[in-house]
Design a protein around this ligand. Structure first.
Ligand SMILES: Nc1ncnc2c1ncn2[C@@H]1O[C@H](COP(=O)(O)OP(=O)(O)OP(=O)(O)O)[C@@H](O)[C@H]1O
Ligand SMILES: [Mg+2]
Length: 267
């Protein structure tokens, strides 16, 4: 569904944000992208829907190479819930905002209202349809932004830190929503939340624009050196695992480690 081949991108002479990144994502897979601030995650998401164009290399989405001729079709296929929801609001009310992406798709008015209500309900914002987006809280804005993108029904959905402003309950709700899309949509979650990354099928690690790891969550979080070099935190359970590994006093270490490892991978 997504094929990225040796892609480079610079905003200007100083910032070479993406450096020779390659990966393929099959249809229906859920991939998380992790990396420290400024490592190139949001830039990569913008490259995937053609918001910025690669200086070198090629990106293919659902069989179409991104270029001037395919850009309109690509934008329909790749929906992004942006990191800062304020950048996403255009409507006067929440209703208008969710409707925005649907407007140029020739959807009949009653059908459009049904879709808006369905997705507002999914993110528990149905009571706010008449509210002004600028007056919502950060978490409420993120919920509306998610509804807006889901309503357009893209094949690929990129969630760029889409739960960063949500309370723990909200994070759980949106995580369940993402999980419910699994298999049906191709999903990319850009996140600093390692518990969310753990739930995905695969994890890509970016460091200074380089792709430094592409593996299952289980294998990724074993790569302590790469994670540390990439200035990333190590999941708590894994810290305990390493502690036990280096503690000579623990008897039956193997058993203990197996239990801890299982615990750290529990979904
Ligand atoms: N519009 C822009 N113009 C110039 N440089 C930019 C622009 N946007 C991002 N950059 C630079 O590109 C690099 C990658 O930024 P990017 O936003 O992709 O990082 P990120 O991994 O998403 O970080 P974060 O975790 O903070 O969201 C950084 O060095 C950043 O300063
Ligand atoms: Mg970002």
């Amino acid at each position: 569904m997504i094929s990225v081949k040796n892609v480079h991108f610079s905003y200007n002479k100083e910032t070479h944000a993406i450096r020779g990144v390659s990966f393929d994502i099959p249809k229906g897979q859920w991939v998380s992208i992790i990396g420290h601030n400024g490592s190139g995650k949001s830039t990569l998401s913008k490259l995937l829907n053609g918001l910025v164009r690669a200086n070198k290399g090629e990106i293919t989405i659902d069989g179409e190479v991104i270029n001037d001729d395919t850009i309109n079709s690509i934008r329909k296929k790749v929906g992004i819930v942006f990191q800062n929801p304020d950048n996403q609001f255009i409507g006067v009310t929440v209703k208008h905002d969710i409707a925005f992406g649907l407007e140029n798709r020739c959807i009949e008015r009653t059908k459009m209202m049904e879709i808006i209500e369905e997705y507002a309900k999914k993110v528990e914002m149905e009571k706010f349809l008449k509210a002004e987006p600028s007056k919502l809280s950060g978490g409420q804005k993120q919920r509306v932004a998610i509804a807006g993108v889901l309503a357009t029904n893209p094949e690929i959905i990129i969630f760029d830190e889409a739960t960063s402003m949500l309370d723990p309950e909200g994070v759980n709700e949106i995580t369940s929503l993402i999980e419910s899309l699994k298999g049906e949509k191709t999903i990319i979650t850009i996140t600093h939340d390692l518990d969310l990354a753990k739930k995905s099928d695969r994890v890509l690690v970016l460091n200074e624009g380089h792709l430094v790891s592409d593996d299952t969550p289980s294998e990724t979080f074993k790569k302590i050196d790469i994670l540390t070099e990439s200035k990333l935190d190590i999941p708590f359970n894994l810290k305990v695992y390493n502690l036990a590994l280096n503690d000579e006093k623990i008897n039956n270490k193997k058993e203990l480690m197996d239990v801890l490892w299982e615990l750290s991978l529990k979904k």
